[in-house]
Design a protein around this ligand. Structure first.
Ligand SMILES: Nc1nc2c(c(=O)[nH]1)N[C@H]1C(S)=C(S)[C@@H](COP(=O)(O)O)O[C@H]1N2
Ligand SMILES: [Mo]
Length: 252
């Protein structure tokens, strides 16, 4: 997000908390409302925590990422993070992902697995959105898949679930809050520009979170877990990103 936008949002959130009372009051309000990012204690500190809190406070929960038309689709689709070279992934790739299953578990009433064919039979959504990498490049593409909200409801996500964690076949992992998980543009995509997802772009299934930077859009999905707290999930920061120098929240 640009510095100007961030400044505007932070100022907005401070105003919300009582104007001159300012930053400290905003942080405690954010904490009370549950708008404190899971990595708020990290060295990104208050700034990143406030970006998340102010987005959640000021923007409509259902504000939409811009959608484009087919003529806007980029000719070149860059890759960041090549397909895993592990035996288990390469074997699934060689088998066209027929034996692959997506596991949905954690705080759900019906822990479930889905084959690619199962997912393709569910109601789908297609959207032409921009994917922006933190490294400074972006592209516009059409993604087709199952809204994450639909899958969470099929698995019977429980009211206590506050976060949804994504585990892929490589070492990357990430999570989103329930607002993002239920957002109509948050997809589990199996197609890119109307073809099966190429391996490098996340086959057989990837997340698309078009309201955040590209690194939230986890590729090569294996499992999705609903949790009440991220404190005891791996590094306790909701994502691998804070260990790599990026904030958990990547809203744009
Ligand atoms: N599992 C996994 N997901 C990932 C990555 C990765 O390395 N592994 N890279 C991320 C980053 S930094 C970006 S910008 C996008 C890139 O998606 P693309 O390769 O389809 O362009 O995927 C994200 N999802
Ligand atoms: Mo990225």
């Amino acid at each position: 997000m640009s510095a100007i936008t961030r400044r505007r949002l932070v100022r907005g959130a401070a105003t919300l908390a009582g104007g001159a009372v300012g930053i400290g009051a905003t942080a405690s309000l954010a904490r009370r409302l549950g708008w404190l990012a899971p990595d708020a204690g990290e060295w990104f500190g208050l700034g990143e925590a406030l970006t998340y809190g102010s987005h959640r406070a000021l923007m409509a929960m259902h504000s939409m990422a811009r959608e484009f038309s087919r003529s806007d689709i980029s000719k070149v689709v860059p890759v960041n993070g090549p397909a895993p070279e592990t035996d288990d992934y390469q074997r699934l790739l060689a088998d066209d992902f027929t034996p692959w299953r997506l596991t949905v578990n954690g705080l759900v009433s019906r822990p479930s697995t889905f084959s690619l064919a199962d997912l393709k039979r569910l109601p789908s959504r297609s959207q032409i959105t921009e994917q922006t990498c933190e490294e400074g490049w972006s592209f516009i593409a059409e993604w087709t898949g199952v809204p994450l909200a639909l899958l969470l409801d099929l698995a019977g996500i429980q009211p206590g679930a506050k976060w949804v964690v994504f585990y892929p076949f490589d070492q990357w992992w990430d999570s989103v809050d329930i607002v993002e998980a239920r957002h109509p543009q948050t997809l589990l995509a199996y197609a890119l520009n109307q073809r099966d997802l190429p391996a490098d772009h996340g086959a057989p299934l990837r997340v698309r979170v078009p309201r955040q930077l590209g690194y939230k859009s986890i590729k090569y999905l294996s499992r999705i877990e609903a949790v009440a707290s991220l404190d005891h999930v791996r590094n306790g920061k909701g994502s691998q990103s804070p260990d790599e120098g990026y904030s958990w929240y990547a809203g744009i």
